[in-house]
Design a protein around this ligand. Sequence first.
Ligand code: ZN
Length: 187
Amino acid sequence: MTLLSEILSYNEDFVSQKKYEDFSTTKFPDKRLVILTCMDTRLVELLHKATNTKNGDVKIVKNAGAIVSHPFGSIMKSLLIAVYELQADEILVIGHHDCGMSAIESASMLEKIKQRGIDEKTLETIKYSGINLDEWFQGFDHVEESVEHSVKMIKQHPLLSNDIPVHGLVIDPETGKLDLVVDGYKN
Ligand SMILES: [Zn+2]
């Protein structure tokens, strides 16, 4: 059985047994909050347990590292949609210790890409199109600095209303402990 067929078969039971009923809610966040966090596997449930949020409470945006790397990329767009269309009044950026993005070296990432059959010529073509892959793949050194940077990118965005607090936190992926990096009420 493939992973996909396993998921689909489980899903049939889930729906037929009406297990979805426990999760019934609306698309608007009851806590009027949007969280940007990392895609890390350890946070899938832990983040919600540790922040006392559940289905229906928050909008969640995830990527590798909880990083806002471009002011007009999909992450920023999602945050703006959460604020203007979906009633989120506060933004929380939650990075975490031991993040995969803190260990990413672009050179080693590009080496792995080559080993999987992407040829040098393709990388050269991308380079000559003006895309700096070294910069694009580079991770961060300190999670606190990365969270501060993401908070700043969001807070200073020309399309974000001034009255939206943007907070920055770091979570421990083992214990769920949160450390405050930026108190958005004070900025
Ligand atoms: Zn991470």
